[in-house]
Design a binder for this molecule. Sequence first.
Ligand code: ATP
Ligand code: MG
Length: 413
Amino acid sequence: MKQSLLFAPTLKDAPKDAEVKSHKLMARAGLIKQTAAGIYSYLPLGKRAMNKIERIVREEHDKRGCSEMLMPALQPRDLWEESGRWAEYGPELFRLKDRKERDFCLGPTHEEVITQVVRDYINSYKKLPLALYQIQTKFRDELRPRFALMRGREFIMKDLYTFHTDDADLDVWYESIKEAYTTIFKRMGLETKIVSSDTGQIGGKAADEFMVMSEVGEDTISYCDTCSYGANQEFSGLHAGDSCPKCKGGTIKEAKGIEVGNIFKLGTKYSESMNAYYNDPEGHKVPVVMGCYGLGISRTLMAAVEQHSDENGIVWPREISPFEVHVLPLKMNDAFTVDSANAIYKELSTSFETLLDDRDERPGIKFKDADLIGVPYRIVVGKDIKDGKVEFTNRYTGETKLVKTTEISDLIK
Ligand code: ATP
Ligand code: MG
C-alpha cells in the first residue's frame, strides 16, 4: 500500500478527552475517530489491525469445531420477554420502536436470538453438540463510556454459543474454548491472566474471565504469587496479603486488569425459559445445556496498544500489526532513491504486507509518523542506497543496522 493513498490522519496532539495511553496513541496514529460518546469509526489502520485479531480468533475457533454465522443487531422484544430479560436488563439496553410501535432492542448480546435460531433443529441428541459464533457489533448504553474502545456504547465482540446434551459434554467444550482463548491472546502477543468470576447479569454456573494486566484496567484481580490461582476481587473478596485458598502456601497479590474475554457455563437457563429441548435416546425431553463465550474484539485491539507502546508510539506485535514492513525513502527529489524504494516495495509486497511512504514529506515527518504507527520492521532508503544498502530497524528492539537490499526478505522471515 502506498501511504499517499492511505487514510491515516496522524495528529500531533491527542484529543482532550483521551485519558489513557492507548486512547492517545490510537487517535494520534489515525486508527480511530470518535463519532459520539462511546461510538467510534475504525479508520484503515485500525481496521487492518482488527482484521488480524479477527483472523486469529476465527482460526482458533474453526479448528475446534465452531462455525461462524451472523445474527441481527435488531432484536424483537418478544424474544427478550421469553427469557425474562426485557424487564431484567435495565437501562443498558438500547430500546426502540418500529413504525408500527412494536418494541425492539439493539442486541447487547445474543443468547435469545441464538436459542431461537437453533431450538427447532436440535430436537434430538444426535444433533448435539453444536458450536456457533459470530463477530458482530454490540450495543450497550453504558453508564460511563470511556477510554475509547475500552468501554464503548457500540463495540465489536466475538460471541460463541455451545449446545450440549449434558454438563459433562459442556465441561469438555468449555475447557477446549478456554484453551482457544489462551492461544488467541498468546498469538496476539498479549499477556493475560485467567480469573474466575461472578456470573452476574447473564446468569449460570462457572465462569472465567481473561484479563490483560494493566494499570488502566477497571477490574481488580487477586492472584497468588505461587500457584495459578486468580479471581476477580468482586467475587473472591480476597485482598493483598491474604493467604492463597488454593495452594495455602502462597500469598495473594492485587493488580488491575482489563477484561478482554469472558466465558460462562450457562446451563439450562435459556433452554428452559425459551423451550430448547432435545429427545434423549429413550425419547425423554431434556433441556439443552448451553455455554457462552465472549471476546471483545475492539477492546482487545485497544488493550494490545495499551500493552505495546513506547514514548514514540505504538509497537505492534507482528501478528496483529496493520502492516509488517514500512519502507521510507528519504529524498523524494532523488530519482535513484525513489526508484530503489519502489523496487524494494514491489519485491517485499510479494511476501509481506508492506507500506511505502511515498509522500513528498520531510524525513522528520516520515520518521515521526512511522514511529507513531509502529510497524515492526522499517526499511529506510537513504544515502547508502548508492552502495545497495538500506537501514533496517526492528521497532520492537529498536536495533538498527545497515543491510544489503538483497538481505531484507530473509531478515524479516
Ligand atoms: P464489563 O464487566 O467490562 O462490562 P461484561 O461482563 O459486561 O464486561 P460480557 O458481556 O461478558 O462483558 O462481554 C464479553 C466481552 O465483550 C468482554 O469480555 C469485553 O471484552 C467486551 N465488552 C463488554 N462490554 C464492552 C464495552 N462496553 N466496550 C467494549 N468491549 C466490551
Ligand atoms: Mg458490562
